[in-house]
Write a protein that binds this ligand. Structure first.
Ligand code: BGC
Length: 748
């Protein structure tokens, strides 16, 4: 036995040695950059062009001017969101890209019958305030990416929630750069731990969907560095994503994918990012400009107006900018290959096979159980006693599943069945008379909340679909407790005009609350919503889009098997009037059919109104009281925070469980600098038994105590007194400390 093992080892070493001789870049002792250099030296110009030019992986070729990709590519299953051919003679693998904000996506059933674990929405993972959990979620998505034979994941949405109507907020991690950057960074690190490339997107300030191809996000550099860019900076530091996706929108008038400031200066220069920048699908608008500004790869060229990094780049290489473009082309392929090596795509290529959906479901459930937020719980209505004799479950399609978000992130969940798909769209019209919502399906993730509640309850559980208010009220009247499920569907490409629950849902809750004193509302939404009925209901649970095990998590929280520990990553406003922009900019402009429409459709969004003061910072600056503040979330136990102390780069405090149940507390430390308002500077989640006290020490990131000095191009900590505040949310104070800091600077 021993001999045989030795022989096998010798054979392996010999094979590796031979491979290293013919393919020296396969020597794992070399750095990714050294390995990339070796292989780039072997590439012909034509091969380099292959690597920077992506195809759409779907069969739908939307640009009539270009032929579909060659047959070889079409056969390269699994069908992907994007495809870049490999170079077989050098062993360079094809790049097979899939979307995966919430699990490996399969929008429009591109791969019929192919399902994946639907993880909770990123907004929910952010609500856990637990970056370690985000790592686990990321590694599940990474593993399923491998299992399906993809090697590049288009996840990592870290745009900040400037607007609670943004159709993609569910794909992002809320309004705060520290929280969002930490959560998304860990999700990226988790995904890449499975030896695939993970992406951070959409760089940058892609903060609304309406007119995303035509709008310019306008704000000054200082504010941008302290908000949207800081979220990316933190996520990139923590996650080291192999790729960054530049966004559709322009920033201060320049397309993100041809912004020298965003790509060359900030990302690759100041932050020293070594990976590559891929475009969003249809986000390229030029060849030489984009290439010289720092774009490394054109994704799915069929979505662009021209074949910018294909035939056009080939021609430009022989033109007046040829020398600069040649240097860029070498650097583009170096960056791409470097990321392929760094993530392990050469050394440990994915092998398609079945996913362990049971184990992955357990992670999905753990995430949902930590991220669902208990917003209100009057007179201890929750947790429910298993013995309640009659429970009415009403509305929200609670008999089929939990809602998921739509667009490129759409996952076809494990257990998907036709009755869990509801056709929507074609209804809302814009000024041109066209539908704003394409006809597509809302997908509900099984199991159903009704089934999950039945599994927990000892008494009778009845269901009413909520379509008839009088009937629903009668159902509620006859029950010990009524659980009303309400929902708001969001999808990529569309922002909602308001924060109101659609249809008759507000009226439904009001009618049920009149009929029964014990009403629990469960929200399945991709954003904050207004709650005109809040005073009349006993409890409210924000479940966001909780994924494949979401219903189980909801039921276990309702019945007290799980003590809720989610905290809001986004402020719930009382009304639209409290927002910097009560109307979504561009809402009333004609929305053209495709992104190639010329200049007259361009418009500006003025983000300098709030600048870096997004969400709770805006509410504090304007002295507005939200419906629920950032960081808010209740537990079935109570916690006491005390003893805040700041020393050097550390902040510490005590947290004690003062209630009767074990639970998880989230300590949130905010600080006001001498020159600016409060921001979250540290947070930590900790589990405590009843009566237990723990001492928490957290590290402070000095950038969060600083302002960005644009003239000096560095972070500057002002000399003066810094007011630290410890609390259970942005609006609660448990302890304070004032610390004098001397002036200092930090290089970006
Ligand atoms: C989205 C990206 C996505 C890409 C590929 C685009 O429309 O903005 O987030 O990764 O499509 O599906």
């Amino acid at each position: 036995m021993f001999k045989r093992t030795c022989l096998a080892v010798v054979v392996m070493i010999a094979a590796t040695g031979a491979q290293a001789q013919t393919a020296p870049w396969m020597n794992t002792a070399l750095s990714p950059d050294q390995r990339a250099d070796l292989i780039v030296a072997e590439l012909t110009r034509a091969e380099k062009l292959v690597l920077v030019h992506g195809y759409f992986g779907d069969d739908v070729i939307i640009n009539p001017h270009y032929p579909p990709p060659p047959d070889a590519i079409r056969k390269a299953l699994p069908r992907a969101a994007g495809y870049i051919p490999g170079i077989p003679r050098l062993g360079i693998p094809a790049q097979l890209e899939t979307d995966a904000s919430l699990g490996v996506s399969n929008q429009r059933h591109m791969r019929p019958g192919d399902t994946a674990t639907a993880l909770p929405a990123t907004l929910l993972t952010a609500s856990s305030w637990n970056p370690q959990l985000a790592f686990q979620v990321g590694s599940v998505v990474g593993q399923e990416t491998r299992d399906k034979g993809f090697n590049i994941l288009l996840n990592g949405g870290v745009d900040l929630a400037r607007d609670p109507r943004n159709g993609r907020n569910f794909e992002y991690a809320g309004e705060d750069p520290l929280l969002a950057g930490s959560v998304v960074g860990e999700a990226i690190r988790g995904a890449q731990s499975r030896h695939i490339i993970s992406t951070a997107k959409h760089y940058a300030v892609n903060d609304q969907e309406i007119g995303r191809d035509w709008l310019s996000s306008n704000l000054g550099e200082k504010a941008m560095r302290e908000s949207d860019l800081l979220a990316f900076e933190i996520a990139i530091e923590k996650g080291a994503p192999g790729s960054i996706m530049c966004a559709y929108n322009r920033v201060n008038g320049v397309y993100s994918c041809e912004s020298d400031f965003l790509l060359n200066k900030v990302l690759k220069g100041d932050w020293g990012y070594p990976g590559y920048v891929m475009s969003d699908w249809g986000g390229v608008h030029s060849t030489t400009r984009a290439a010289l500004a720092g774009l490394d790869q054109e994704s799915a060229f069929e979505f662009d107006r021209d074949d910018y990094f294909g035939a056009a780049l080939n021609a430009a290489l022989d033109g007046p900018d040829g020398a600069a473009l040649q240097a860029r082309l070498d650097n583009m392929v170096h960056r791409i290959l470097r990321s392929l090596f760094a993530a392990g795509l050469f050394d440990d290529p994915p092998v398609a096979g079945a996913s362990d959906v049971e184990a992955h479901g357990a992670v999905a459930q753990a995430a949902a159980e930590e991220g669902i937020v208990l917003l209100k719980n009057a007179r201890g209505l929750l947790p429910l006693m298993a013995g309640a004799k009659r429970i009415a479950v009403i509305g929200g399609h609670a008999d089929i599943g939990v809602l998921s978000g739509g667009g490129s992130a759409q996952v076809m969940p494990v257990g998907n069945a036709p009755e869990q798909e509801i056709l929507v769209g074609g209804a809302a019209q814009d000024a041109s008379g066209k539908s704003r919502i394409p006809r597509e399906k809302m997908i509900y993730d099984p199991p159903s909340p009704l089934a999950a509640i039945k599994a927990e309850a000892l008494g009778k559980v009845v269901f009413d679909d909520g379509s008839d208010l009088a009937h629903a009220a009668a159902t509620a009247r006859g029950a010990d407790v009524a659980i009303v499920f309400v929902e708001r569907w969001q999808r990529e490409g569309i922002d909602t005009p308001d924060i109101t629950l659609p249809g008759n849902q507000d009226a439904l809750i009001a009618a049920v609350a009149k009929a029964n004193k014990r009403v629990i509302v469960v929200l399945e939404t991709g954003n904050p919503v207004a709650m005109p009925w809040l005073e009349n209901v006993g409890a409210v649970l924000e479940a966001w889009y909780p994924g494949n095990r979401g219903a189980t998590a909801i039921a276990r929280i309702l019945f007290g098997k799980v003590n809720p520990s989610g905290r809001l990553p986004i402020t719930f406003p009382q009304s639209l009037e409290q927002l910097p922009r009560p109307v979504v900019p561009g809402r009333d402009l004609r929305q053209p059919d495709n992104r190639w429409t010329p200049n007259e459709t361009l418009f500006d969004v003025d983000y300098s109104l709030e600048g870096a003061d997004i969400g709770y910072k805006w509410f504090a600056a304007k002295k507005l009281t939200p419906l629920f503040p950032f960081g808010h979330g209740l537990s079935y136990t109570t916690f006491a925070f005390s003893g805040l102390s700041v020393s050097g780069s550390e902040v510490s405090f005590d947290v004690r469980n003062t209630g009767k149940r074990a639970g998880k507390a989230v300590g949130q430390v905010y600080a006001a600098t001498p020159v600016a308002g409060e921001r979250l500077v540290a947070f930590g989640k900790v589990e405590l038994k009843p009566g237990e006290t723990k001492h928490i020490t957290l590290t402070l990131d000095p950038r969060l105590l600083a302002s960005f000095d644009v003239a000096a191009q560095m972070w500057r900590v002002a000399a003066g007194d810094y007011a630290f505040r410890l609390g259970a949310s942005a609006a609660e104070t448990s302890a304070t400390a004032t610390v004098h800091l001397e002036a200092s600077t930090i290089k970006p």
